[in-house]
Structure formats: structure tokens, C-alpha cells
Design a protein around this ligand. Structure first.
Ligand code: ZN
Length: 363
């Protein structure tokens, strides 16, 4: 699963203690921070109307899962300070490389010109304010995912920047990601040898559940694994991975202990119904093991560590899991304390850094 592209040069620390954090969040502090990167038209629009850019967030600001104590600087929201990211994560944990996922909700903007302009601004802001200030950082390209051809154009515009290793796709989407409407997006990701990072959240305007709108954010948060499952079913059933066989997908902040039962059922029904999708040549679990990786935060852990090892064995997943802190979101369990010390050294090393190094083609 080696990538062809390389990141910026840096000293390799491919040792047993190397640590790669595959899910960290950089937050746009306010719309004014994007002004240096926006066309004059949109600056005037923000200054003269009630439109202030994307105002939706996938995490209600006062929800307990939105921010660790101390992760917000005095003048901005959690995740908006590079200095705090350095002092709270990168330096104390000795992180070699961290992948930034900026959850600016471009998918909530229904004006197409605004969606394109603000996606471009966020990417240029990521380059100037984060990637160029710390060579431990890599980032995901933010795209107007609801406009796949324009998303592809944005990937072509910045995809050659060595700091971008991934395209960020909110797991909640207007159409399932396997749908033909998304082909230009997949083609652009494959052409640029980037990873498709499907992350928790999304604001496409449709309900998060197939059965409709839940009453409480708690339901949406706890039930998000269902949405990840639906995207995997769509991508595999529509033949995206046959059409683009080099594609790699990272499921970010999805949990992973739901995966064994999902793969068993998906394989069983494929045996029953594969004549309906003859282009799906292999059992779905084979596509998942080859193309899909998952971050370990949040850790939906069973009660004993023997069970956890068994879960990883059930998905044949020693090559599939990626360490992540999900900073600044708090999840209670810290994988460095509650997961990795309990696993065999070889497996712990793969989760700490080797699987991510392979996935993202990091030197
Ligand atoms: Zn995350």
C-alpha cells in the first residue's frame, strides 16, 4: 500500500518509539483569519451581510466531546493555536508527523461560488499558517464535496503541495460516496496519489440516519458508525475500488470494533446476491482489508484486553489501524496508555507509526 508521492524531507525516526498522529484538528479561529486568502468580493460580502462563512460545526461548542480542557487559546476556539498543539501534543508525545484535518464545514455552504472560494481559502490558510510553520505537520485538502467536479479542480490546484497527503470527506454526504456523481472526485484523488480521509461529521442538509432525523446530538454522535458502514457498502458495491484500484481510504474517528460483524454480514450477503453486482469481483472484506485503514480514536473498547486483541485478529487488522489523538476532542481513553501497552510489540509498533507511514507514503 505504498504511496508514490513523498512528503517534505525530514530525518527518519523509524524506530520502535516513532509516533505518527493520523487525526489532529486545526480550527479556523474566525472568518477574518481567511480574509488574506479570499477574493475581495467575498470579504465585502462577509462585511456587508449576515453571511459569515461556514457557521455550522460538527461538534456543538459546549458539548463535552468538543474540546479538551485548555485546548482553546484566550482569543480563539479549541484547535486554533499551533503553539498549544505543539505544547500539548507534538512536543510531549514526541510526535514525528501529525496529519491535520480541518473540519471547516464547506459542505454546509449551498452557494457554489462561496463553497469553492472558502475551500480555496482554507487550503491556502492551512499552507501558510500550519504546514509552513512546522515540518512535523501534514494536512488534508478541504473540498466542496457536494460539487464533485469543482472538488476535483481544487485537488488539482493544491494536490502537488508536499504537505497535503489526503482529501477530507465528511462521512455524512448528500449522496453516498460510491454514487456515480462522485466519480470526478475519486479520479482526482487517485490521480494525485492522495488518501481519501472519510471523517466523522458532515452537514449536507439531510438526516444522519436512514430512518430520519434523531432528536438529540447524542443519538447522532453514538450512531455515526452506521454512516461509515453505509459509505463502505456504497463504495464497494458501486465498484469504485475496481475502477480505481490504487485508491486508499482512511476512516477517521469512526471507531473500529464494529468492523468484524459488518464484514461478516457484507461477505455473507455478497455470496447470496453478487449476481446483482457482477463488477464486485471479490468478497467485500477483501476490498476493506486491502484499501481501508482506521484510526484508533475513539476507542470503542471491550471490557478486557484479550477481547481487544481478538477483535483485531477478527478483522485480520494488524496492518489496518492508525494511532490518533483526535486533538482537541477528548475521548476519555488514551490509546497510548489503555491500548498500545497491552498489545504485542510488533502490533503496537505498526499502530504507532508503521501503518500510517505506509498509508501516507511518509519518508
Ligand atoms: Zn477527528
Amino acid at each position: 500500500m505504498q504511496r508514490e508521492r513523498k512528503g517534505p524531507k525530514m530525518a527518519s525516526t523509524a524506530t520502535a518509539t516513532a509516533l505518527i498522529d493520523s487525526d489532529i484538528h486545526s480550527t479556523v479561529p474566525n472568518v477574518e483569519a481567511l480574509f488574506p486568502y479570499l477574493p475581495r468580493h467575498w470579504i465585502e460580502h462577509v462585511n456587508q451581510s449576515v453571511f459569515k462563512g461556514a457557521s455550522t460545526t460538527y461538534y456543538p461548542p459546549r458539548a463535552p466531546i468538543a474540546a479538551r480542557p485548555g485546548s482553546a487559546p484566550p482569543d480563539g476556539p479549541a484547535g486554533s493555536s499551533l503553539a498549544l498543539l505543539r505544547s500539548q501534543v507534538l512536543d510531549p508525545l514526541g510526535v514525528e508527523i501529525a496529519i491535520l484535518n480541518c473540519l471547516y464545514a464547506i459542505d454546509s455552504l449551498h452557494n457554489p461560488e462561496a463553497a469553492v472560494a472558502f475551500a480555496r481559502a482554507v487550503n491556502d490558510w492551512q499552507i501558510a499558517e500550519w504546514l509552513e510553520k512546522d515540518d512535523r505537520l501534514r494536512a488534508s485538502i478541504v473540498v466542496p464535496v457536494q460539487l464533485p467536479e469543482l472538488a476535483a479542480a481544487e485537488i488539482a490546484r493544491v494536490g502537488d503541495h508536499p504537505g497535503f497527503v489526503q482529501v477530507l470527506l465528511p462521512v455524512r454526504s448528500e449522496h453516498p460516496y460510491g454514487s456515480r456523481i462522485h466519480r470526478p472526485l475519486w479520479e482526482a484523488i487517485a490521480t494525485q496519489h492522495l488518501v481519501a480521509g472519510i471523517h466523522f461529521g458532515g452537514a449536507p442538509g439531510n438526516p444522519p440516519f436512514p430512518s430520519g432525523w434523531p432528536s438529540y446530538y447524542f443519538e447522532e454522535y453514538a450512531g455515526m458508525a452506521q454512516v461509515f458502514q453505509s459509505q463502505l457498502a456504497s463504495i464497494i458495491s458501486e465498484g469504485v475500488l475496481d475502477l480505481f484500484p490504487t485508491l486508499r481510504i482512511a476512516l477517521l474517528e469512526s471507531g473500529f470494533t464494529w468492523l468484524p460483524a459488518f464484514m461478516w454480514r457484507f461477505d455473507k450477503e455478497w455470496r447470496n446476491l453478487r449476481r446483482l453486482v457482477p463488477w464486485v469481483k471479490r468478497a467485500p472484506s477483501e476490498y476493506i482489508r486491502e484499501h481501508v485503514r482506521l484510526t484508533v480514536q475513539p476507542l470503542d473498547a471491550p471490557p478486557t484486553w484479550r477481547d481487544m486483541e481478538r477483535t483485531i485478529a477478527q478483522i485480520d487488522g494488524d496492518h489496518m489501524l492508525l494511532f490518533a489523538t483526535d486533538y482537541p476532542h477528548p475521548h476519555g481513553a488514551n490509546p497510548l496508555e489503555t491500548l498500545l501497552p497491552h498489545l504485542p510489540d510488533t502490533l503496537a509498533r505498526k499502530i504507532r507509526s508503521e501503518n500510517a507511514r505506509d498509508l501516507y507514503g511518509l519518508a
